[in-house]
Design a protein. Structure first.
Length: 279
């Protein structure tokens, strides 16, 4: 079962906010009135170390003290609200768990995803309330795939609605035009033979990787209206639209734009050598 952090955050924000608001409207006035009565009852309440000050403090703690639950709600609500706004509408951090986007993204990279580039959406329900930009070919996008609609995936946008995407002998083509690629290096690795190239898709120049030892996964498909065709940069080691289909617009999360840290494992030292923009 996947932990639904956005839902948990929404519950915590609204729960703490409602507790704080309910106290401010219905309980706090009576506590303030009780404090005022105690101040009249103990005129020397403001004289430090006096007997009346001690009696006053004891009475306040006994009958006019703010409940612990309200105290926690008042303390945590502003912090939770700021986190909620930042994660839901501005930018959200993610960790890369697999090698499907190698060489662009490595396992252990921590990235930032712009949540408003493709429009502002309500958290949890995913409803778009403000239209802004549309995804473009070459964008690195986070989304919910159709076969695991509660799990975040990250791939590159290859085909837009109405495009015809084809892949023949490790060569990508969009609308019948081969996507230019300059092969830069070949790296033998046991039974694999990786080749790394610089691919130019629309305005995006990015690295991609193929395994020449694996048979081609040839296909040709037309992208449906309101959908996007996604592929990993590690073309022969990626579960993407070739396997589980096209991504509907409603399941878009945001555009990945930066790597801010790399951390291999809990027992390793975080590295900032890969910090930079995502191409």
């Amino acid at each position: 079962m996947t932990l639904d952090f956005p839902l948990i955050l929404v519950i915590l924000v609204f729960g703490s906010g409602l507790i704080w608001l309910g106290d401010a409207l219905f309980l706090a006035p009576s506590r303030r009135q009780r404090v005022a009565e105690l101040q009249s009852q103990f005129p020397g309440w403001d004289k430090a170390e006096s007997n009346q000050a001690r009696q006053y403090a004891e009475k306040v703690r006994a009958s006019a003290h703010e409940p612990v639950l309200v105290e926690y709600a008042r303390s945590f609500f502003p912090v939770l609200f700021v986190v909620f706004v930042l994660r839901s509408f501005i930018a959200e951090p993610f960790q890369i768990p697999s090698s499907s986007m190698v060489p662009t993204l490595q396992v252990g990279d921590y990235i930032l995803v712009n949540k408003y580039t493709y429009g502002i959406r309500l958290p949890v329900v995913r409803t778009k309330v403000v239209d802004l930009n549309e995804p473009e070919r070459g964008d690195v996008m986070v989304f919910f795939p159709p076969h695991m609609n509660d799990t975040y995936y990250i791939k590159r946008v290859i085909g837009l609605p109405g495009d015809t995407v084809s892949y023949r002998n490790k060569q990508l083509a969009v609308n019948g035009e081969p996507v230019p690629i300059e092969w830069l290096a070949s790296v033998p690795d046991g039974r694999s033979r990786f080749e790394v190239g610089l691919e130019s898709l629309a305005d995006s120049n990015h690295l991609t990787q193929v395994d020449r030892a694996r048979p081609p996964r040839d296909f040709s498909v037309m992208v449906k209206p309101g959908h996007y065709f996604m592929m990993g940069d590690n073309r022969d080691n990626s579960s993407d639209s070739r396997i589980w289909g096209q991504v509907p617009e409603k399941d878009i999360v945001g555009k990945a734009f930066a790597i801010w840290m790399h951390w291999d494992s809990l027992f390793s030292i975080p590295s900032f050598s890969r910090v930079g923009a995502i191409e």
